[in-house]
Design a protein around this ligand. Structure first.
Ligand SMILES: [Zn+2]
Length: 338
């Protein structure tokens, strides 16, 4: 390494360190694996506080009678408490009328704890002894470049497997990790295009399949994408991309075709097509909206496994899925809009 670079690297690390937000601890998943959510209006009612939109677009501020302010933003996981900022376990999602936010319940519990309202805390975390991360100095957040192509669209991104369930494992790659990396990247790209995104998980946890579906249904998602990678049990030669949809749902079939086409076009991997789900996959059966399960490639194929394990290929697949969503939404906006 060139020694002249060292001070620069040290400076970069320092800047990164300074801009890291405190982290609101997620719910204790060993007690309750379901990442529950609640509306900002419910939080305000339970706390006896008020909330209003602003100060920035898509922001909402919860105000205590004493003048404390907690600010959230649709499509963002940042939480501002007076002059400090924190990171929630997943993004806040705006409702359709633009007057309320859907937030992780852990944020509510954290606000209760922070403002001495322990008796209002919900669920098993009430007994938790987790200490909060110390406050960090406030730092300006660079705005997300929103181009608005997906404004008004709500997408639920479901990173397959997680936690106790690794999914497939082959050739040194683990499905749950590939799914999460691609899903987080996809979330950022969708948000940058103006969509609201519901994540079924943003960390290495396992939400039950029913809960993944109810998050999408309760959040009124327009589109649901479950992200997976494949294993062929008896062959290391099988390769390629495929997507599944529930038979009889023509919107899901169209969406599956567009996503496969986008992924194949971006990666050059073989296409195995958009297929009717033969297995009755829960996330396709129990979701009310246009829903597709994508298989990014075969981990059992050494060449595809090597690619799937790289950040650059994961980003490429996320970008392809994003572009597929833009294409589908642009063509089908009229029929998707509720
Ligand atoms: Zn899977």
């Amino acid at each position: 390494m060139h020694t002249k670079l060292l001070p620069l690297i040290a400076l970069a690390l320092f800047v990164v360190g300074c801009t890291t937000a405190g982290v609101i601890p997620p719910q204790d998943v060993s007690l309750d694996p379901e990442p529950r959510s609640m509306y900002l209006s419910e939080m305000a009612t339970e706390l006896g506080w008020t909330y209003e939109s602003g100060p920035e677009p898509r922001q909402y501020t919860l105000k205590s009678p004493k003048g404390d302010r907690v600010t959230f933003k649709g499509g963002s996981d940042l939480v501002f408490v007076n002059t400090t900022r924190w990171k929630a376990e997943r993004d806040a999602v705006e409702n359709r009328n633009g007057n309320d936010l859907y937030l992780p319940e852990s944020v509510f519990n954290w606000v209760c704890k922070r403002f001495g309202q322990h008796h209002l805390m919900r669920g098993p975390i009430r007994q938790s002894t987790v200490d909060l991360t110390p406050l960090t100095p406030d730092t300006p957040v660079s705005p997300v470049p929103v181009d608005g192509a997906l404004k008004g669209l709500v997408v639920c991104v479901d990173a397959g497997h997680g936690g106790k369930d690794p999914g497939g494992m082959a050739n040194g790659v683990v499905e749950k990790d590939i799914c999460l990396n691609v899903s987080l990247r996809l979330r950022d790209l969708l948000v940058a295009s103006g969509a609201s995104v519901i994540m079924t998980r943003t960390t290495d946890v396992y939400p039950e399949l029913e809960d993944r579906c109810s998050m999408a249904n309760r959040g009124n998602a327009d589109l649901f994408i479950s992200v997976h990678a494949n294993i062929a049990p008896n062959s290391d030669e099988v390769a390629g991309i495929e997507a599944f949809f529930k038979g009889g749902k023509s919107d899901s079939e169209r969406f599956a075709r567009v996503l496969v086409e986008a992924m194949v076009g971006a990666s050059g991997a073989p296409s195995r097509g958009a297929k009717v789900d033969p297995r009755g996959l829960r996330v396709l059966e129990k979701t009310n909206m246009t829903a597709v399960l994508v298989e990014l490639g075969f981990m059992s194929n050494p060449e595809e496994a090597r690619k799937l394990g790289t950040r650059s290929y994961q980003d490429l697949m996320a970008k392809a899925l994003h572009d597929g969503v833009v294409k589908y939404w642009t063509r089908n906006r009229a029929s998707v809009s509720k």
